[in-house]
Design a protein around this ligand. Sequence first.
Ligand code: FAD
Length: 393
Amino acid sequence: MALDISPTVHPESADLVASVFDAVDGVLAACPRSLYLQRSRQKEHAPELWDAIVAADLLAIGIPEERGGAGGGLTGCVAVMESLSRVGIPPLQYSLTTFSREAILRYGTEQQITDHVLTTMTGERRFCLGVTEPDAGTNSFAARTTATRSSSGGYRISGQKVYISAADESDHILLLARTAGPGEPVGRRQGFGVFVVDLSLPGIELRRLDVEWHAPEYQFEVFFDDVEVPAEALIGEEGLGFDHMLSVLNQERVVVAAWALGLGEYALQKAVDYAKTRAPFGRPIGSFQGVQHPLALAKAEMEAARQVMYSAAAEYDSGRDAGAKANMAKLLGARAALAAVDAAIQTHGGSAFVYETDVVTLWPMIRVLQIAPINNESVLNYLGERLLGLPRS
Ligand SMILES: Cc1cc2nc3c(=O)[nH]c(=O)nc-3n(C[C@H](O)[C@H](O)[C@H](O)COP(=O)(O)OP(=O)(O)OC[C@H]3O[C@@H](n4cnc5c(N)ncnc54)[C@H](O)[C@@H]3O)c2cc1C
């Protein structure tokens, strides 16, 4: 499929985005969509995807040049996600690793950056992200996993996280845990810490969930039973972990927009190809405006969302508060892509539901992206309250 670089990409990012898109051919050759799907159907991993991303040096993007990375910031990471998603191979572990290491780049010590960030460039270090808990769900303020000071100066962690993607393929988890003891007088956002935890430590157990979403990465419940971690596992300041994590989550929202929009483009291209040839009435169904218009509308809405996405990335890279645009990008990208996948299913008729056609296979993932990593309603809450100044519900 042609990887056109839309002229609507932010002008100053166009060269960067184009060079990332060029690198995608090698990754696609190593892990085509057919392999990605086959592995997910067999409940296996696709190590070819991660290895090819490492080989193409795509993990160096987003790490500053002065630290030996390739620079490019969030804009570069968004381009990686969008370009791979457009060819049907959205790399979840890539996205988890890039936003986990962002928290360490921002708040970690030099030693933590050397140990946990620079090592991601060679693929040696891979992260999963541990925020969601069974009872707290969207309300992360209610998280109950605790990290209490131990007599040796480190922390002891106990609790449970859920839906943790790629926990079995990651060596470390970036974990949000409560550091303030019960009854301590702290504000809603205070009393948390962000920890880098080695997943091979004693006391950690993973249980795989059977999640239907057609990807070769899987979700896990992760249990922490009095896990001892050293003091250096804490990233940034004890008590401010929630704020540290929020700055990473803004990046996550923009990368997730790229993931959704890439998948939407993949679906749209399939629909257009099909509509040009399928002709039950003697001429292509693509000539019927009832078929054409939803596809044209999806294209227009995805391009609009893409503008907001690259604008959010540019704002983030310039050091400004990108909260509002990052949230808008996630919301608009997820919704526009959902409409594109839905239109692709309708265009394909019955054939959409044949596994090999690979159209209905896009539906669970694009549906998940309306809920995870943040549901669209919570994005609207944010925009209503922060942007419009409306009262909290
Ligand atoms: C495939 C997959 C991968 C995931 N990977 C990870 C991961 O790697 N790490 C991680 O930490 N988590 C991960 N998650 C968890 C994901 O972030 C949560 O599912 C999501 O945050 C929603 O939490 P919940 O499922 O508990 O829904 P709930 O909090 O129970 O919410 C249910 C529904 O209620 C509505 N709702 C909730 N809150 C509000 C509100 N304030 N206002 C209006 N409506 C609201 C929404 O429609 C929402 O979908 C993953 C989930 C899935 C499905």
